[in-house]
Design a protein around this ligand. Structure first.
Ligand code: ARG
Length: 441
């Protein structure tokens, strides 16, 4: 793919909002030992280094299963599994330490790579690892002793925070130590999940052999999932309708359940997949979001009072045109609201111009206690979906003060004569609103 001069400039400009949004945020990036064997792995590590250099706090967690297996077979040790869980006896533990140690240096070396024609030329990246994961034994289950197979007991939050504050990338291996001085073999997804939760990470990014998660639909065909809320995902998992890498799936679900706001799954095979996911609006992988305990829904007549209360202050300040109760009652079916514990905290309306295949977004308002948390974006997404469902090709908005927000959402400023004719006739020149338009795809 070759980009024109304009394309590459546009690409860079479009990713800038995400560079700013992600700066200072903590991301846990997790991959299995399979990723390390992939030809794309050096590029993946360089991409992680690039993300770090843009000001994001990075914790890498790696796995080592194929590398452990390789060592076991080389030394003729027979691995023993119960319920897909490895029993780590003494000789196995030697292989675990060996594999994890060697992977660690391989990753450290790649993060140090800074040849003149490589992306991270001139950037000096420090990587830190150590006894940052405290482990406990799984113990004896159903009469079987799992020996040195363990679980995360505690993450050294302060220790990791110090390293991140210092500008280092933190690298965690699938191993942990106990206060009794023992070494335990851990699953990397357990380490990643617990680290993301304990560090209150903003994202858990899991790298998979696939480009994300798929949903099995009613015709038994697999549909790619771009974005999904945890609750919906849990339902589909119960029905056995999700296809994807199980380690990624479990880690994402556990992390989001415990408060990590966003978990992503992207391919480790595809060149630049992690950059695409982080720095474009639609990403390239699957995003798992926390449930919204707030409900976004079409408005009903009983909401009129709540909407009036919400928009009054904005009408008074002149940001919104005044609407009477009667008008609102008549137009209620055009409104979408977000309700939180019985209170309307945000609303927006979509007026359709079917003859022009366009729709006007109006009366967008969010309660002032709830601003700055993407509710506007959620409403806009709902409006876009509603417009698309009604075969509209574009949506537009007339605004005097919030033009910037719409520009950020991909709208473009247009002249009045691009409006549907009936709207043009009603245009109020004294308000002097600007027109912003978005073509739907
Ligand atoms: N780049 C944004 C982020 O990092 C949005 C990603 C959206 N990805 C998706 N699969 N829907 O949060």
């Amino acid at each position: 793919m070759t980009l024109s001069h304009e394309d590459s400039i546009r690409l860079f400009r479009n990713s800038a909002p995400y560079i700013n949004a992600h700066r200072g945020k903590t991301f846990v990036v997790m991959f299995g030992g399979e990723a390390v064997l992939d030809p794309n792995f050096p590029r993946l590590i360089q991409d992680i280094a690039l993300i770090h250099s843009l000001g994001m706090r990075i914790i890498i967690v790696h796995g080592a299963r194929p590398q452990i297996d390789e060592r076991l077979s080389f030394r003729d040790v027979h691995g023993q599994f119960v319920d897909a869980l490895r029993i780590t006896n003494k000789p196995t533990l030697e292989c675990v330490k060996d594999a994890a140690g060697s992977l660690r240096s391989q990753i450290e070396a790649l993060l140090t790579l800074g040849l003149p024609n490589s992306p991270m030329h001139g950037a000096r990246i420090r990587v830190c690892s150590g006894n940052l994961v405290i482990a406990k034994p799984i113990g004896v289950k159903n009469g079987i002793d799992f020996e040195h197979t363990g679980l995360v007991r505690r993450i050294d939050v302060e220790g990791i925070k110090d390293q991140l504050d210092d500008g280092s990338i933190v690298l965690l291996s699938p191993m942990g130590y106990s206060p009794t001085g023992e070494v335990f073999n851990l699953s990397h997804e357990d380490v990643a999940t617990q680290a993301a939760i304990a560090m209150k990470a903003d994202k858990l990014i899991t790298l998979s052999e696939y480009d994300g998660l798929y949903k099995v639909d009613e015709h038994e065909s697999e549909k790619f999932i771009r974005t999904i809320e945890l609750q919906t995902l849990e339902g589909l998992v119960k029905e056995n309708k999700i296809v994807g890498e199980i380690t990624c799936l479990t880690a994402m679900m556990a992390a989001v359940e415990s408060g990590v706001e966003r978990a992503h799954c992207v391919s480790f095979k595809e060149n630049g997949a992690i950059l695409k996911e982080l720095f474009t609006r639609d990403g390239g992988g699957t995003l798992v979001l926390q449930n919204h305990y707030e409900q976004l829904r079409g408005a009903v007549i009983d909401d009129v009072g709540g909407i009036l209360k919400l928009i009054r202050p904005l009408e008074e300040s002149g940001a919104l045109v005044k609407r009477s109760r009667e008008l609102l009652e008549n137009e209620i079916s055009q409104f979408t609201v977000i309700e939180r514990d019985g209170m309307i905290i945000a609303c927006a309306a979509l007026y359709m111009y079917p003859e022009d295949a366009s729709g006007e977004i109006a009366c967008v308002a969010t309660h002032r206690d709830y601003r700055g948390q993407n509710r506007g974006e959620r409403l806009l997404e709902a409006m876009k979906a509603k417009a698309a469902l009604n075969q509209l090709k574009r949506i537009f908005v007339l605004t005097t003060v919030t033009g910037h927000w719409f520009l950020e959402q991909g709208f473009e400023e247009k002249s009045i004569d691009t409006l549907p004719p009936s709207k043009q006739q009603m245009y109020n020149f004294t308000r002097n609103s600007k027109v912003y338009m978005l073509e739907l795809d």
